[in-house]
Design a binder for this molecule. Structure first.
Ligand code: IMP
Ligand code: MG
Length: 190
């Protein structure tokens, strides 16, 4: 895995520090919420961020998971969101915080928020670990953000390329030839 990495963009220590800060902000916002919080997270990229974040939130909560795929296989551009797993937690009149790994084009988040709104939550907020500023519409700006990053395709800390590298502990950029090989194969119809 190490041999495939071009450079580390955000180290595990920086991530851990920022997750602590986000947890404090979120705790401050929801401490007084009657009935607690429902965290809705988007599989699969958010799994590691979710696991680290929720263990630092001393709040009553339920966790719900939705499955959305936007970048199937060797894709580094969004192919449009597709719902793979529905939410199984009732969010009517509950305070909902959506937790996701990265906000890129915003298509995934828009799709998930539209679905959740139909279920009548008391409030709906968003926390993302990473965002690529300028790539998503301004009305999607999240309430809580870990880091701004440039428009590069990143892996690690839950984020994948072709379902690999999710277990890499830092957020990193792969060597260019790995993406290039997949792009070439796609163009050739492989
Ligand atoms: P969007 O719909 O373009 O905003 O993309 C949202 C989803 O695509 C994210 O939740 C990720 O799961 C995935 N994604 C977007 N950018 C990246 C990236 O740079 N690396 C890995 N996955 C990404
Ligand atoms: Mg995701």
């Amino acid at each position: 895995m190490e041999a495939d990495i071009d450079r580390v963009l955000i180290s595990r220590q920086q991530i851990a520090q920022r997750v602590r800060e986000l947890a404090e902000q979120i705790t401050g916002r929801y401490r007084q919420c009657p009935g607690g919080l429902v965290i809705v997270s988007i599989l699969s990229g958010a799994i590691i961020f979710l696991a680290d974040l929720i263990r630092q939130l001393p709040l009553p909560m339920k966790i719900g998971l939705v499955g959305v795929s936007s970048y199937p296989g060797c894709n580094t551009t969004s192919q449009g969101p597709e719902l793979l797993r529905q939410l199984r937690v009732d969010i009517r009149n509950r305070h909902v915080l959506v937790v996701d790994d990265i906000l890129d084009s915003g298509r995934t988040l828009r799709y998930v928020l539209d679905e959740l709104r139909q279920a009548g939550p008391a409030s709906l907020s968003v926390c993302v670990l990473l965002q690529k500023p300028g790539k998503f519409p301004p009305d999607l700006a999240p309430d809580f953000v870990g880091f701004d990053i440039d428009d590069v395709f990143v892996v690690g800390y839950g984020l994948d390329y072709d379902d690999q590298y999710r277990n890499y502990p830092d957020i990193a950029v792969l060597k260019r030839e790995l993406y290039a090989a997949a792009d070439k194969a796609k163009t050739a119809g492989a």
